[in-house]
Design a protein around this ligand. Sequence first.
Ligand code: CAA
Length: 702
Amino acid sequence: MVQINAVIDLTVTEAIAVITADSPPVNALGHAVREGLLAAVKQAVADPQVKGIVLGCKGRTFFAGADITEFGKPLKAPGLTEVIEAYEASPKPVVAAIFGTALGGGLEIALGCHFRVASADARVGLPEVKLGILPGAGGTQRLPRLIGPERAVAAIVAGAPMPAKAALADGIIDEIVAEPIAGAVAFVKRVLAEGLPLVKVRDREDKIATARENPAAFEAAAKAATKKFAGVEAPAACVESVRNSFTLPFDEGMEAERKLFMKLVVGDQSRAQRHIFFSEREAAKVPDMPAGVKPAVIKKAVVIGGGTMGGGIAMCFANAGVPVTIVETSEEFLAKGLERIKKTYAVSVERGALAQAAMDKRFALIAGTTDWNVIGDTDIVIEAVFEELGLKKEIFGKLDKLAKPGTLLASNTSTLDVDAIAQSTSRPGDVVGMHFFSPANVMKLLEIVRSKHSSMESIATAVAAGKLLGKIPVVVGNCDGFVGNRMLARRSTECERLLLEGATPQDVDAVVLKFGFPMGPYAMGDLAGLDVGWRIRQARGTVAPVTDALCEAGRFGQKTGRGYYIYENGSRVPVPDPEVLKLAEQKAEAAGVKRRNISEQEIFERMFYPMINEAARILEEGIAVRASDIDVVWAYGYGWPVWQGGPCFYADLVGAKAIVAALEHYAELTGDAGLKPAKLLKELAASGGKFGDIGVAQKAAA
Ligand code: CAA
């Protein structure tokens, strides 16, 4: 074996050179890897003993892509394209030995090889669009030549990895093998023995010939793929570049791809998306977690309450292969809950997202009972009952008596005091909040609320459970509404005020949609049900004049066909309602509020700046330990567009100074002291500091 450099080695056995990378954790194609790969292929090509070449990796995966940490910094030669071209130009056959995930640059280097084999559980894809860029090392030029521009544009714009079996069917890989390196060696020996031609993907014309003649099918595929991405730069650039694969010669297509890549990689949208990528991985790290704390193993789960949330949470366990029992108060509620779960799975089967066999397997993991003794034999209990502190305390008292020592006792509360819930047990250290977002089986975010009593083991177990369920766990402190709902409450207050002051639901929703949210706040309220907030306000003795009046009139949103909007005949499309405008006018008059025209700019600022202000307070109080955690909460729990980076990232783009000035103005205008700029925000404005730097010290220390 020859060690080419610290991360690449080369072994020649029976005339086959095996080039292997070993660069943990994911064999990203950073500078040392690229340099070693180039030197290795040159050496293998020059060695007369070598007849064929295999490219593989050690560790947990084939190359998972370019090293994202190098983006935005000056490129250190050799670039990935140069490396790929060296493999492609080899006069000796080169076979890529794929396992784990061949993503981005990882798949691109494999596309530069003459052949590709993969293990059955491997996944391949070009996910660059999710980082706000496009495949920048030939992916947009080679993939269309392999699978046709129509399929390529769909795959590249979606950025979703595809399983080996599908990649084989599409012709992206040539064979599925039991063991990647051995399989690739056998494959290359066969190529040599049979004298198979070394066709370079760049030279293939067959799959792009039709589009060259008539691009209609490509244009239709491109339109369908980008439908959801108005205003987002990367998907449009992906389309442009894939189009170049059949309108330009290969080398010109490559040059254009590079230019598009360079433009995107320095843009705010890509910076935002990379920020979310790294922040998401950072969020589950707890700075004060001592080394060596081990999470408990979760083999069985219990969910208290089979309503919409409880059912969704039970589905999460079943989807992860963990047996789960729902505890309900009556057989009737239990049957209803299980039926709802079955229906939800059935919809996925109908849509083709889930095979019937998989549904049956998952549903079989979900049991139901009215017998609380089941709690004595579980590793985790998640309580998901009505949002009422007294009830929750009572339930936790009961759990305390029944659960075996060490069972994690979690509450899916969205606002309530987790300290108080913990205190209703004799083991407050075992209690945490696990706040799922609706629909629980779909939404990625999981706020893990640590109370002042939560033990480090409990927090570690909750984080591990979240990951097991495929969620993005963010550890937060205990306060009213935690991170997400506490900030949302500020937006809701402004929504109500804006109605009184002269804006309509459609005016405000349009501004929020334009920013990139999938739904505006009023349409969202109608979907969730206006009665939810109404009940909370009644319990707290607060008022929202317009929304309360809508609720008093039985207008709860989509479920009653009317809310802020009208929904005709079960339609989900919101239609503006002049009655709501009239109602707002009446309420404004009664409250002595003078109505006026409200500009788009003002709506924008009042939707977003009060939330940013609350984020600053959340950081001041240590409820979130990093500004980036808040961004993750909003990106994965509330639909903040990832290309806008989250509230704190966005605030840094605008600058604290401008936000402080605007907040001071709105505090004066509304007389709401809550809108006065937070201390931290003022400090950032005075010092020119950034949210992005908050928590970085903890990151380094962790
Ligand atoms: N560059 C740098 N670091 C990376 C990385 C990359 N491409 N991919 C993952 N990492 C890091 C993560 O940040 C994480 O670091 P910490 O442990 O310090 O938090 C570590 O590797 C492990 O990652 P995960 O926690 O995500 O591990 P996982 O096993 O859950 O997932 C994965 C592995 C599927 C490869 C996932 O990490 C992933 O999707 N990575 C990104 C893949 C990607 O987008 N590739 C395209 C890159 S862009 C490109 O290639 C451009 C081009 O055209 C040339």
